[in-house]
Each structure stands twice: as structure tokens, then as C-alpha cells.
Design a protein around this ligand. Structure first.
Ligand code: WTA
Length: 705
């Protein structure tokens, strides 16, 4: 190609030659028992039957009042599903199972210490506990339908109990991942204007009893700084009657839940019958905005969607023991540990701790002891278990019929280890692609009906019609080998309703880019922009490349570069900061920070690197701690002053920095590159060869901003 022509071709258009992986067929035994084994299901959910096809999911629920309109598009893109319908999510996940499954295990909780007994919570016990807590929330805390309550809870059964108690009352819960810092929790309390915080004194992680209550004090303080007062802090105790935190209880503000519950013994609270569109919960996530966004999920649409996808994609049957090894503090846990499985009346396993405690055989021991048949986890966990215990699974006598990978792209050879070693060649795998905003799966193979392809999530799921657009909105054809932005052409019941308190940003971030006509009430004019890069193979399978906005996916956790950068800017000496992803063998991606100091300051002094790392831990959490912090003289910038994080990401990963001639200060790139890369080599951080996928991801990083 001539030099002149080259310039006209944008990076996203450069054809990439992807190596196609071999298909794996689902085992006949799996097909024989699958919930969806008749291909006519694809026809039922085809575009010509949209949106009525989703009646099939909604009919899995028990409605107090049936809906009259399946999809109302009159105020795009604020779609309304199952309008006129009324229901209660807690009733659907608990009460309705009592008649047939009162004494069945709803939750099996596995504490991290192996010396502690596994706890089985039957549907009957769950019913009692949820009612008592709902009575407490209503009476002692005075919360009402539509109020928000923030949780900062670890992986304990009290978390699903608290969620369901709120759902019973129509109170909107907002769980903040237990690993996030007190300050991060406080921001989310303030944003959602919660008056009540529910937390726990401590929990086990990697053999250590973590003091968690201390974070509640920081959270209340941070919320106060944002102008929101927390009135009550409800503290569950890891061992009721015994307080394991060193943080003092504040009289009149902090209460032990187990003590207050005594006043609500055997109290029953009628589930509140709510409109299908009543918000069920908020889940905060990171994105292009500086502040985390509170994704607001609905009651009817969300619950229908997670129930339907749990049935067909997780293939949950009444007799299965289902273990989703994710944190309930993330959307995966909300949808596929709590709401989906419990709505189906399944047995859902909740594990408190880390995968490799006390040894890498732990998950397989749990699977053997509980007879787990369906196993669901993230590539980070799989990579870790493979690294430290590649031969462990075969020592244990468990048999999975089905496994899921979610949250990050999975490398084909990691996929194959999962399939062969963990699944023992007997289990199907679904690679499910979706996001906090989406409620449930967007792309996946339907396990009995489509072959698996390592590294590809597969086609759109039932009733989801994805497409790849280039920057100009042209369709990128299947099999072209070109990468672009994956979008969903249609609304679906699980899509979030809005960003809490920021409806304009909801429209702007997710719909503005490809909206064809803002006046139109036809959903076809409002494709949903997911913020991920992808390629579509000729067979209709998508391969997800990663975020195109400034989000770094660390071990499946979304971290916004803006959050990392504002945390760094709390350090006085720092003038500018940029966070970039670095490829990591275990955690997928980790964070690297680039820092420019205020004029006149000397980079050699003051321990800036450690200060930045600590600020990030305090503001966000340990998970976000940067692997390296590089102090540079200046940042590579566009003429309009935007920091080119993509160029820094390329340097961090020893990738090609691409064309830098359009930068305002192109000369800086080479000096940063030389400094950072020689320092990395000196530290023994030798680069490995990048895969095609990773090269593409770096090129796209931040391109949507
Ligand atoms: C990434 C997690 C590749 C993607 C459910 C998405 C994936 C972000 C996959 C959402 C997958 C999720 N393959 N990448 N199967 N699943 N992702 O909101 O970049 O925590 O945008 O939701 O994770 O992360 P979130």
C-alpha cells in the first residue's frame, strides 16, 4: 500500500488475521438433559418475534398482576418492559418456592476456614430471616419503598438476606463490593443518598479475619463530606454475640443486627406488590465519567431476564447444585448467585474466601463435598488455579455438567485447561459476555445447541441482536477480520433503566454515539453502545477485545482511569496522572500509573510512587494498587490537551506506539519509552509476546472517549 493511502485507513479498519480455533461439541449427555435442546427456540426469539418473545422469560415469574404492554418505547431510550404488570422480586425468589421446596437448600454457605461447618439455609429459613430483617428495616430504620440502602458486605449469607429483605419492601439496595475502601463506599452512599449503611464486623480472606467495620466509619465520614448523613449503621456479626472488630461502636448510630433482630422474632412482612418498572437495585460501576455510575435495574424486566438466562444458559435444573464463584458485590453475583438461581428455586453455593485458601485444591474439594454440578467463574480465578495447582482437579471426585467463564476475555489455552482439567472433558462451557449495565448475558453459545469456540463468547443470546459498527456507524461485516464497536441493536428486559441521578449521561454514554434519529420512538434507531471492541467471525461468533473507553479490567473488576487519576491527584506534588492497563499473566490486566509532577519538583525525592499507590488504595481499594508508577517529565498529549493513554499503554506493554506525529509533543514519547522500558528490563519485568487480541486492545484503549 502506498504511503498516502495508508494514512486514510483508520486503525480499526486494518484487517486483522485472527487464528480460528477449533470447535468443541457439547457432550451428548448434556444435550439429552438440557433445558434448551430444541433448535426451534432460536426461531421463537428471532427478530420477527421481538419483543413478544420475552413473554417466555416473564412467564417464568409469578405476577400479582399481568402486564398489558410488553415493551413501551414512547420515551427512548428509557425503555419500559412489562408495563402494567406488578410483582415482588423477594416473593419470586423465596415465598413462591415454599409450597414445593420449603426444606430444600436455597443457599449453601461455605466459610473460608475449613474448620467451620458449611451452613445450609433452606427456603423456609431464608423466608424467616428475610421477613425478620424486612420488619427491622421497616420499623427500626423507618425505610420505605423507593428509599435507598447501601450495603458494604462480604460473601456471607447475610448479603442475600439483606438484598431480599429490601426487595420485599421495594427498598432499592446498593451493594458496594466488600473489597472497596471505606471512601469508595462513602461516595456511593452519598450518590445514592442512603441513610442506612449495612455492614459486617469482619470476614475471612486468605486465612485472615479482616476488620471490616473500620471501613464503615470511613464511609460515613466520606458521605458526610459529600453532604449526606448516615443515620444508622447496621452491623452484622460474623459470630453473632461476639464482636470481632476493633472499631468502636458509636452509640445511637451503630447497632448489632443480631441484637436488634430479637425484637422482630418471627415477624412477617407482606411483600410489597410493585410495578414492573420499580427499581430493584443500584450497582455502581466505572466508566468514562469521573464519578462511578449507579446503574439502576428494574424489578420485572431484570428478574425476568436473569431467570430466563439462568434457565437456558446456566441450564439450572431443580436437582442441580449450582456454584457461581464470583462476588455478590459485582453484577455477576447479583444476577447469577442470588436473583436468577433463587427465582428458579435452585440451590446456590456462596463461598466466603479466596480460591487458593488454604491450598489450590479448595474449590475442587468444595465441589466434591457439595456435589456441585454447575460451576461459574472468571478467567482470573481460572488462571490462578491453573498456575498454582494445574493437577489438583483430578484428585477430586466431582463432575461438572456445565461451566461458565465471565468478566474478561479468556485466552484459548486457559480455556482448554478449564475444559480438560477442570471440566474433565465432560462439561460444556459458556463464555458469557455482558456488563453491569446489562442485567444478564448478551453473547454466549446456547450450551446444547451451539458448539464452543475457545476465546469467543459466541453469538448474541436469545432475543439479543448484536452488531459491530465502525466509528462512522457503518456495519463491520462478519468475517471481515476488522475490529469495531460492538453494539446491541435492540432493547431487552435486563437493560438498566438509567444512571441514578444522571439521566443525561445515560443517554449520552450509551445511546448518543449511534442514535439515528433522536425524535424517533422506534427502537431500531437507538442501538446500545457497549464500550467494548470486538471482531465478528464468519460463523457469527463474537470475540471481545476489551474496553474502548478508559476502563481497565483488573481481575474482572472495572476501574476507571479517571478514578485512578483523581486518587493520584490527591497527592500534593502531582500535577497530572494517567492510568493504563498492563498485561498480566494472572489478573488479565493490572494498573500502571504515569505521573507528572508540579513545576520545579524533583522526581527523585518524596517517595511519590508509594504515596500514589497508597492514595489509590484509600480512595478505591487494594485491587487498584498500581504495579508500577512512572514519574515522567510530561504526558503525551493531543493538540487539544487530551492525554494519550493509548500511547502510554503501548509503552507499558512494549507494543508499537503507532503514529504519534499528530501529538502536540511527539518528542516526549521516545524519552518516556526509553526510561520506562529500560527500567522495566532492569527490574526483570521482561515483556512477553503480545497476542493479536492484546495488540488490538491497546490500540483501541480510550478510543471512545
Ligand atoms: C468485560 C461483568 C470478554 C467487557 C459481567 C465488559 C468480557 C466488562 C466478558 C464488563 C467475556 C465481560 N469476554 N470480556 N465473557 N464478560 N467482559 O460490568 O470488557 O464488571 O465491558 O460486568 O467486562 O464488566 P462488568
Amino acid at each position: 500500500m502506498a504511503k498516502e493511502e495508508e494514512v486514510l485507513v483508520s486503525e480499526a479498519q486494518i484487517a486483522v488475521h485472527w487464528r480460528e480455533e477449533e470447535y468443541y461439541q457439547p457432550p451428548p449427555k448434556f444435550i439429552g438433559q438440557a433445558n434448551a435442546s430444541d433448535p426451534s427456540i432460536f426461531e421463537r426469539f428471532s427478530e420477527e418475534h421481538f419483543p413478544e418473545c420475552f413473554k417466555e422469560y416473564a412467564d417464568l415469574l409469578t405476577w400479582d398482576h399481568y402486564w398489558h404492554t410488553t415493551l413501551d418505547t414512547s420515551n427512548p431510550p428509557f425503555w419500559k418492559w412489562f408495563v402494567g404488570g406488578r410483582l415482588n422480586a423477594c416473593y419470586n425468589c423465596v415465598d413462591r418456592h415454599l409450597a414445593t421446596d420449603r426444606n430444600k437448600a436455597a443457599l449453601i454457605w461455605v466459610p473460608e476456614p475449613e474448620t467451620e461447618d458449611t451452613r445450609v439455609i433452606t427456603y423456609q429459613e431464608l423466608y424467616i430471616r428475610v421477613n425478620e430483617l424486612a420488619a427491622l428495616l421497616q420499623d427500626f430504620c423507618g425505610v420505605k419503598t423507593g428509599d435507598r440502602v447501601t450495603f458494604h458486605l462480604p460473601m456471607v449469607p447475610e448479603l442475600p438476606v439483606s438484598m431480599l429483605a429490601c426487595a420485599r419492601l421495594g427498598v432499592i439496595h446498593s451493594e458496594v463490593f466488600g473489597g472497596f475502601s471505606g471512601a469508595a463506599c462513602g461516595d456511593r452512599i452519598a450518590d445514592s443518598q442512603s441513610r442506612i449503611l449495612v455492614t459486617m464486623d469482619g470476614y475471612y480472606r486468605n486465612g485472615e479475619l479482616i476488620d471490616h467495620k473500620a471501613k464503615a466509619d470511613e464511609a460515613v465520614k466520606a458521605a458526610h463530606e459529600h453532604g449526606v448523613e448516615v443515620e444508622k449503621v447496621l452491623v452484622w456479626r460474623r459470630y453473632p454475640g461476639q464482636y470481632v472488630s476493633k472499631s468502636p461502636m458509636i452509640a445511637g448510630r451503630d447497632f448489632f443486627v443480631d441484637e436488634v433482630l430479637k425484637d422482630y422474632h418471627r415477624k412477617v412482612v407482606e411483600p410489597v406488590s410493585l410495578p414492573a418498572e420499580a427499581p430493584l437495585f443500584l450497582m455502581y460501576t466505572s466508566g468514562t465519567t469521573g464519578r462511578p455510575k449507579g446503574c439502576q435495574h428494574s424489578t420485572g424486566g431484570y428478574l425476568a431476564y436473569v431467570t430466563g438466562t439462568s434457565k437456558y444458559y446456566q441450564d439450572i435444573h431443580p436437582e442441580d447444585t449450582y456454584w457461581c464463584f464470583a462476588d455478590i458485590g459485582w453484577i455477576t453475583g447479583h444476577s447469577y448467585i442470588v436473583y436468577g438461581p433463587l427465582s428458579l428455586g435452585a440451590t446456590s453455593v456462596v463461598y466466603e474466601g479466596v480460591p487458593v485458601y488454604p491450598d489450590p485444591g479448595r474449590p475442587w474439594r468444595i465441589a466434591e463435598q457439595l456435589g456441585v454440578t454447575i460451576f461459574h467463574t472468571a478467567p482470573t480465578t481460572i488462571r490462578m488455579l491453573r498456575k498454582v495447582g494445574p493437577d489438583e482437579p483430578k484428585k477430586y471426585n466431582y463432575h461438572f455438567k456445565h461451566m461458565t467463564t465471565v468478566g474478561e476475555p479468556i485466552e484459548p489455552d486457559v480455556w482448554r485447561w478449564y475444559y480438560n482439567a477442570v471440566g474433565k472433558g465432560e462439561a460444556v462451557i459458556v463464555d458469557t459476555w455482558w456488563q453491569t449495565e446489562n442485567g444478564g448475558f448478551l453473547c454466549s453459545t446456547l450450551p446444547a445447541l451451539k458448539p464452543m469456540k475457545p476465546g469467543s463468547c459466541g453469538p448474541g443470546v436469545l432475543g439479543i441482536y448484536p452488531v459491530i459498527y465502525d466509528e462512522k456507524g457503518n456495519v463491520v461485516e462478519a468475517g471481515s477480520g476488522r475490529a469495531g464497536n460492538i453494539c446491541i441493536r435492540n432493547p431487552w428486559p435486563g437493560i438498566f433503566q438509567t444512571i441514578w441521578g444522571q439521566p443525561e449521561r445515560f443517554v449520552q454514554i450509551y445511546y448518543e454515539k449511534y442514535c439515528r434519529n433522536k425524535e424517533s420512538t422506534d427502537w431500531r434507531d437507538w442501538p446500545y453502545f457497549a464500550g467494548d471492541g470486538a471482531v465478528l467471525a464468519a460463523d457469527g461468533y463474537f470475540r471481545i477485545l476489551g474496553r474502548v473507553d478508559d476502563v481497565i479490567n483488573v481481575a474482572g473488576h472495572r476501574l476507571g482511569t479517571k478514578e485512578l487519576e483523581s486518587a493520584s491527584l490527591t497527592i500534593e506534588e502531582v500535577a497530572e496522572a494517567a492510568g493504563v492497563p498492563l498485561m498480566d499473566e494472572l489478573r488479565g490486566r493490572v494498573v500502571e500509573m504515569y505521573i507528572a509532577l508540579k513545576p520545579g519538583l524533583n522526581p527523585g525525592r518524596g517517595d511519590i510512587e508509594e504515596k500514589v499507590a497508597r492514595a489509590i488504595e484509600t480512595e478505591i481499594g487494594k485491587i487498584a494498587r498500581p504495579k508500577n508508577t512512572w514519574i515522567v517529565a510530561d504526558m503525551p498529549k493531543t493538540r487539544s490537551g487530551k492525554i494519550m493513554r493509548r500511547v502510554l499503554a503501548a509503552i507499558s506493554n512494549f507494543a508499537d506506539v503507532g503514529d504519534t506525529t499528530t501529538l502536540a509533543n511527539p518528542e516526549i514519547v521516545e524519552s518516556i519509552r526509553r526510561y520506562v522500558q529500560s527500567e522495566k528490563l532492569a527490574r526483570g519485568e521482561t515483556p512477553r509476546a503480545l497476542s493479536q487480541q492484546e495488540i488490538e486492545e491497546i490500540k483501541l484503549f480510550g478510543s471512545a472517549e
